[in-house]
Design a binder for this molecule. Sequence first.
Ligand code: NDP
Ligand code: GDR
Length: 383
Amino acid sequence: MDTNKPKVAFVTGITGQDGAYLAEFLLKKGYIVHGLKRRSSSFNTDRIDHLYQDPHLSSRNFILHYGDLTDSTNIIRIIQEIRPDEIYNLAAQSHVKVSFDTPEYTANADGIGTLRILDAVRLLGLGAKTRIYQASTSELYGLVQAVPQSETTPFYPRSPYAVAKLYGYWITVNYREAYNMFACNGILFNHESPVRGETFVTRKITRAVAKIALGLQDKLFLGNLSARRDWGHAKDYVEAMWLILQQEKPEDFVIATGVTTTVRDFVRMAFAELGIEVEFSGKDALEKGVIIDRDEGVLNRLGIPVENIKLGQTVVKVDPAYFRPTEVDLLIGDPAKAKTQLGWEPKFTLPMLVEDMVASDLQLMRKEEYLRKGGFQSLNYFE
Ligand code: NDP
Ligand code: GDR
């Protein structure tokens, strides 16, 4: 084998949060990266535009292919063409709440989509060459059986998304055992970043906090404030994906920080980044968050007009429309196996994650402020 030949990776879901960070990570390691991109009626490549290479160049190390996980013919064709050393299957309808609205599509893309990848590798006779990473999730644990959740904690999925991912998890294990393939599950707990999808709760919060501070929005409507999540930074988590495929034996790993926080506390932390103190009162659907203090030194340093931050103003309200038919109340992962076997350790703490996201959204919303002042249409309001 030519050891100087660059490794070839195929990343599905390359236009998503993790796909973008993973592509950057692999390119830095010298890989040739192929990505699967869906056709969309408008551009969907914002997160990877900085990696784009002109297709007319004679040699490229970043190549995109049109395709969809619901179409096995294109999956087989692309894998046959590129014969990857590693496949990272990150593509999914990844929103838990949306999976209640689109359960059949979610099952097809997230569950059967995983089978399509595994079976393409098997059918093409690449089982001994190609290593496969499957993006499994802490949502598999669902209804709490035991905490902290580890590789041996029983699963109890609580959404069409989680049930589809349960199929993805087990079909990966089955292909490993039945066909001796190097196929692994990374059971990743929630991980976020400045490019997190705008409808996931952390990003929804950091965007709204920045808008409220700049006077572009009054308040933020949220669902279950008491849900607890183990939040890490996506940058740390894509490194773990790669490490999982570099082991001698294929195994499954939990990737988490081991720290859990309520949505309510995430809101407090995000406002606090901008020198705004928010206190919560009331219960369930009547709970609300009100500004009780402001740090003028911080506001001045960040150039946020003090008059935008009104003491007594309600900035968070609960809208039951965001409640889920079945909720996952508590996630807290035990990353001990990843720490000892992979040598993986997250570099970001939760306060560092919040700081990164709020700073980035403040900058983004300044652009929106500028556009609005100029009389232009504002950025979309995502929920
Ligand atoms: P995103 O929602 O940001 O990205 C999902 C990606 O999948 C996008 O590139 C999307 O394309 C693509 N995609 C969706 N449906 C299809 C389809 N039918 N065919 C091809 N591509 C499709 O997710 P994340 O980056 O946050 O997550 C990556 C993976 O990890 C997902 O599988 C998710 O379920 C899983 N996961 C995520 C965790 C997290 O906290 N982020 C935790 C545990 C697991 P487009 O851009 O066109 O929409
Ligand atoms: P999750 O992430 O469902 O854990 O799935 P999300 O950020 O959507 O929700 C986290 C918790 O916050 C509560 N919540 C709200 N959620 C959203 N989206 N919007 C709200 O307004 C809101 N208010 C409260 C939710 O009820 C929930 O308890 C993410 C996805 O990335 C999955 O793909 C991944 O598998 C898991 O993380 C691990």
